[in-house]
Write a protein that binds this ligand. Sequence first.
Ligand SMILES: Cc1ncc(COP(=O)(O)O)c(C=O)c1O
Length: 434
Amino acid sequence: MARLRRGDLPPRLAGATPGPRSRRLSRTLARFEAPGINTLPPGSGPTLVWEEALGANVLDVDGNRYVDLTGGFGVAALGHRPPAVVAAVRRQAGLLVHGLGDVHAHPLRARLAARLARLAPVDEAQVYFAISGADAVEIALKSALLATGRRRLVAFTPAYHGLTLGALSVTARDVFRKPFAHRLAPDVEHLPHGCPPATLAARLAAGPPVAAVVVEPIVGREGILVPPAGWLAAVAAACREHGALLVADEILTAFGRTGARFAVDHDRVRPDLLCCGKALAGGLPLAAVVGRREVLAAWDRGGEALHTATFVAHPLACAAALAALPRLTSSRLLARVGRLGAAVAARLAGWPERFPAVAAVRGKGLLWGIELRDGATAELAVAAARDRGVLWLAGGPEGRVAQIIPPLTIAARQLAAALDRLEEALAAAGPSPA
Ligand SMILES: Cc1ncc(COP(=O)(O)O)c(C=O)c1O
């Protein structure tokens, strides 16, 4: 029985976080779910177990109510359980829950492909549906390799593009790569994100030709890094000059997160291939590559689909995306992100001065990173925030960058209340001011 009646409320704790039911369920998970996949690394304590979520609120199984500044990894851009999405999924569940992937289609899939192709900043666009962000990155990389006949790829560090073997080849962090180093694509070179465009151009000019340059327009999970204005446009120009395709990984940034419909819009860049996911289907698993027709034509080889999946273009996810997109792409939502983002920027600007725990803050729109002094401080700050009813996560090198990625629809008062709690958490994470 649903207990959250609205999603715009401040935190309210009923007891410990995690409480007794969360602890009990954590023990069951630790016993029956493989280690590593969930939130229970060996030696760590119990996790929070979510029962319900609505808007920007999450309710755990012990009745603690949180404000979600993780936005469910950026998925809940319209908040959790957006009514239009829930209604569309219910409707579709009464008609067709599962189709026949790459063999037979369904009407919503055609409508969604047309809609995505029209709205993405890609010339002569077509769509290749994917199951997850990493799957979309696989498709983009394979598209580039097929279309150019080249083998080399350039990516940046830091970067997170997913953890399947292909996507992992362009993901930068060693902790993910090392155990599989011998299986990763050998022809990938990483350059510093935001490096001088001339460095990239020189790399593209030297050695065997490069199939694609893969870039997060704003680095997300790996530490929220915003490159200088114009950098992405210079990357695009270098790609054009050397015949390399530009792959923009907008799995996190697409659909308003940074204050523009797509993050590439800030630099007026039109990539050859653009990956989107997360927010796309309002909480259902769906991702897509929007690519230039000429590039995606490389898949047309007759016979077997060369990249597909049983659940591709799942009817429930397509229904959810069609319900989410009008709002996700509305100018009203973008204006809202602009207003709230400016308020967040103004408030966070004083944090490095006020809190010795904070080394730097950076971000754009409603995507912010708070770089803490070290990983241990970040862990303390995340736990202290949870104990005050605010969910946020830390990522980046040594887990030092705590991230504010709220629903774009979060109420202004609710966001302000959550930031109050974060300030208390940062003070608690110390050290005390000298
Ligand atoms: C920029 C970016 N690319 C790719 C991915 C991988 O997406 P998924 O976890 O859906 O495979 C993520 C996930 O956080 C991401 O932020």
